[in-house]
Ligand binder design. Structure first.
Ligand SMILES: [Fe+2]
Length: 468
């Protein structure tokens, strides 16, 4: 049984829908034309049995088209082997991030988690790639959301994170994968006009979990916090991947700078232990690298909340704070700056034209500073130049996900655009698609489009000006 107002937003959406959204308050700006894609755990249970972890849910894509006729919604599940097998049998067939197969150790030993393709999406040419960090992407048709299948670029790709970065000037896509084995390796990748290149692999000192990175003019930058995997406990089937993770706070966070041209040695810099899932952005500045991230003091609070997702109180204490790190490349010194940006800061995003560049604004989910529990109800904007934070509060009934900034005027200012967010309305258990004016976040939304059903809290997404 669910126990909090936000809990119902984790419930499975069983159906696949395809309809024009009729209930719209306000109006969609004429400059907002294109398609929003979102991915996330759409099926979080089988036969009423919740999966062990939020990250176990089957990938489900939402496609929201903004065109002259209005707003169109469509959703489909990614037809992975896991989705097909478990739909057919109505019970757990494959291991997941936290999910275990039946029959104990024997049922799980030497089985890898299934690729459930549930974390993000990115457009690549005419295809939509659905992403999951433990394996290769799954290619989809962006118009019909038909699943074409695994895309491993002729066997080159194994793990491929869900947080690729596209250089706004060159169009090159950079990403990485972590592969666990006798040695744990981090492989950086570059994808340029459909050609995938593997950059020199980096052997990690121990097996860590890492989810995101920063692209700057010269580097791919990683912050490898001491969240370590016990590979044997996992591989032998004693523990799930999640339960085989442990925090070793006596170890440092290792900052890794990998030359993005593949030439030269990587550089390591150590700093005090912290954990992050997500970066807002980063850039090079006068002999330093600046990194902006949602920084957790450790993995305990967030690790437990993700594990108990639907019934968690989602406590604020121990959650992330938007933080700027400045790494002096001469001395290796790391300076930390924090902001008064409310509680439980997560899902930071920016104007994609500023990836890897000096920039001014980040948008993120948050809660008011004094709020002690609950999923995030605010979308906030931080102005790094002034430190000013403005917020749009969706309380009492609304619970937010990742804000996505969409520029709406070619050559416009950095914040000339719309912030799109999906908001779970706990009062009637439906999800709204909301557009906020990025320059006036606190104002009444530009529009609120009401879906006929809820969309289980999505993770990440992408917007393309193309209409699908
Ligand atoms: Fe993520």
């Amino acid at each position: 049984m669910t126990s909090h107002p936000w809990s119902a937003g984790f419930e499975t959406l069983p159906g696949e829908h395809d309809y024009r959204v009729d209930e719209v308050d306000g109006s969609v700006p004429a400059t907002l034309r294109g398609t929003l894609f979102r991915n996330g755990s759409g099926r979080n249970d089988l036969g009423g049995q919740w999966f062990a972890h939020w990250f176990d849910g089957d990938g489900m894509i939402s496609k929201i088209r903004f065109d002259e006729a209005g707003i169109h919604y469509r959703n489909r599940y990614v037809a992975t082997d896991n989705y097909r097998d478990e739909t057919k049998s109505g019970r757990i067939v494959h291991r997941g991030f936290g999910k275990m197969r039946p029959y104990g150790v024997l049922g799980n030993a030497f089985r890898q988690p299934a690729n459930i393709s549930n974390t993000s999406v990115v457009m690549q040419g005419e295809r939509l790639l659905s992403l999951w960090e433990g394996g290769p992407p799954t290619a989809l048709d962006p118009a019909t959301l038909d699943t074409h299948g695994i895309e491993d670029f002729r066997g080159v790709l194994k793990a491929f994170s869900a947080h690729p970065k596209i250089d706004p000037d060159t169009g090159e896509l950079f990403n990485f994968g972590i592969d666990y084995g006798a040695k744990t390796t981090l492989t950086p990748y570059k994808l340029d006009r459909g050609i995938l290149t593997r950059l020199p692999q980096v052997v990690l000192p121990y097996p860590v979990m890492n989810h995101d990175f920063v692209l700057t003019a010269r580097y791919m930058v990683f912050c490898l916090g001491p969240i370590l995997l016990h590979p044997l406990r996992f591989m032998l089937g004693f523990k799930s991947f999640d339960r085989a993770l442990h925090w070793e706070g006596s170890k440092p966070t290792r900052i890794l700078l990998v030359p993005r041209d593949g030439v030269g040695e990587p550089r390591w810099i150590e700093t005090d232990a912290f954990f992050q899932f997500h970066f807002a952005n980063g850039f090079e500045d006068d002999g330093a690298v600046v990194l902006d991230l949602a920084r957790y003091p450790n993995y305990s609070t967030i690790g437990e909340a993700l594990r108990t997702y639907w019934r968690s109180a989602w406590p604020s204490r121990g959650m992330a704070a938007l933080t700027r790190l400045r790494i002096d490349l001469g001395t290796g010194r790391v300076e930390k700056q924090t902001f008064t940006s409310g509680a439980a800061n997560e899902f930071p995003s920016i104007n994609p034209a500023y990836i890897g560049k000096r920039y001014r604004y980040a948008y993120f989910a948050s809660n008011p500073a004094q709020r002690e529990i609950g999923l995030q109800q605010q979308i906030s904007r931080l102005d790094f130049e002034t430190g000013a934070v403005t917020s749009h509060d969706f309380s009492p009934a609304g619970y937010v996900g990742e804000p996505l900034f969409v520029p709406t005027r070619a050559g416009g200012a950095e914040d000339d655009g719309v912030v799109l967010v999906m908001v779970f309305n706990s009062a009637d258990k439906r999800t709204d698609i909301v557009g906020l004016d990025a320059r006036d976040l606190a104002a009444r939304p530009l529009f609120t489009a009401r879906l006929k059903h809820h969309v289980p809290y999505p993770l990440h997404g992408t917007f393309t000006p193309r209409l699908f």
